[in-house]
Design a protein around this ligand. Structure first.
Ligand code: ATP
Ligand code: MG
Length: 358
């Protein structure tokens, strides 16, 4: 069953007066109606030719008791970027996104979205943002269309716009033929697409998506990303956290978070190029024995297995490849192939994280 709650729970702010209790599967959910006025219009983000970042943080900090969830984060994202946030569990990605969505109070430092200072104008930012939480929720007993209608009302979308936008989003998300189906009966991938459609119903300028495809099969992930790519091409600014390196590779820029800080931020290509060393890929017949033999060899900095192939990060591919071949021969271990391969994002990130841990 879908967990019942609020995809846009972040919208619940103290200035909202009207609560609408909704019972779904015996669970009482309180929904807050959005305010009609959110304050001043957003500040212009372009100043002549010099672009002002649409999202900017300086030395941003947020603790939870003694845990430093975000610890001096300085981040700058320009309008229209598709920015990927990656990092190990607990690195502070969700906390960062919640801070930027105006859901959490800033501890120290500065953060602005669309020119609004989040310390003072978090409410003004909310109508311009579509936030999809890591544990997003839909209303399981409501149909696909009813979920869209619900979020349209939550975001004060005029009823004359609602029908057209809903049809458009259903087509966009490939959900038209399922519009009468209850959300609880959709597949996991379809639920994610519906959640994204609900996040888009108020036509936000900025999307903050927290691991939107985690747990979804590769085909649905690809479909979801083709929707994100289309949004990116239309100029929507997207900040997306992901545990998947192939998704990070599809971003225009990627930031690697580690212990609340941004330890790397660049285009995927440049991040791969920064990898200190080269990668040797071996396809052994007995990968377990082969791994034992080569993992500790001279010049090997990292050894990872992918299925039955072994990826070694070495100081010099040209120098170490014949040495590794020799050690496999000496141990009488056969292999189907051995080659120097281009580095992948995963290798680059693991290497960067190991450096931090060292
Ligand atoms: N509400 C909270 N109360 C207490 N600690 C919290 C809270 N939210 C986050 N934390 C802690 O802050 C740190 C950062 O958590 P956060 O959820 O931002 O990481 P993350 O990068 O999103 O991790 P994951 O990849 O597992 O989703 C963790 O140590 C976490 O336990
Ligand atoms: Mg998270």
């Amino acid at each position: 069953m879908i967990v019942v709650g609020l995809i846009a729970g972040w919208l619940a702010g103290p200035i909202w007066k009207h609560k609408h209790p909704i019972g779904v599967r015996g669970v009482l959910v309180q929904v807050y109606a959005p305010p009609h006025a959110f304050g001043a219009a957003p500040l212009p983000i372009a100043d002549g030719n010099a672009m002002t970042p649409i999202i900017e943080t300086k030395d941003l900090r947020r603790n939870f008791r003694k845990t430093r969830a975000v610890d001096g984060l300085s981040l700058s994202i320009e309008s229209g970027e598709l920015f990927g946030l990656v990092g190990p569990d607990g690195a502070g990605k969700t906390t960062t996104l919640r801070l930027l969505a105006g859901l959490l109070q800033i501890g120290e430092g500065e953060a602005s979205v669309l020119g609004f200072d989040l310390r003072e104008k978090a409410e003004s930012v909310k109508p311009h943002i579509g936030y999809m939480a890591q544990q997003f929720s839909l209303y399981g007993e409501l149909s696909v269309m009813e979920n869209l209608q619900f979020f349209a009302e939550l975001f004060d979308v005029a009823s004359k716009d609602m029908a057209e936008r809903a049809e458009c989003l259903l087509t966009f998300a490939g959900l038209t033929e399922f519009k009468e189906r209850r959300a609880v009966n959709l597949s996991g991938g379809m639920q994610k697409k519906l959640a994204l459609a609900c996040t888009l119903i108020h036509e936000p300028d900025i999307l903050l998506l927290d691991e939107p495809t985690t747990g979804v099969d590769p085909i649905s992930r690809r479909e979801f990303w083709s929707i994100l790519t289309q949004l990116h091409l239309r100029g929507t600014t997207i900040l997306v956290s992901t545990p998947y390196m192939d998704e990070a590779d599809r971003c225009s820029r990627v930031g690697l978070m580690y212990e609340g800080r941004l330890i790397e931020c660049d285009s995927p290509r440049r991040i791969r190029e920064k990898l200190d060393g080269e990668v040797i890929v071996i396809q052994p017949e007995d990968w377990q024995q082969a791994l034992k033999t080569v993992a500790g060899a001279d010049g090997v900095r990292e050894a990872q297995t992918y299925g039955e192939s072994i990826h070694l990060l070495v100081d010099s591919g040209k120098r170490r490849l014949p040495e590794i071949e020799q050690s496999l021969h000496r141990a009488r271990l056969k292999y189907r192939s051995i080659r120097i391969a281009p580095a992948r994002m995963e290798e680059a990130f693991i290497s960067l994280i190991r450096k931090q841990e060292a």
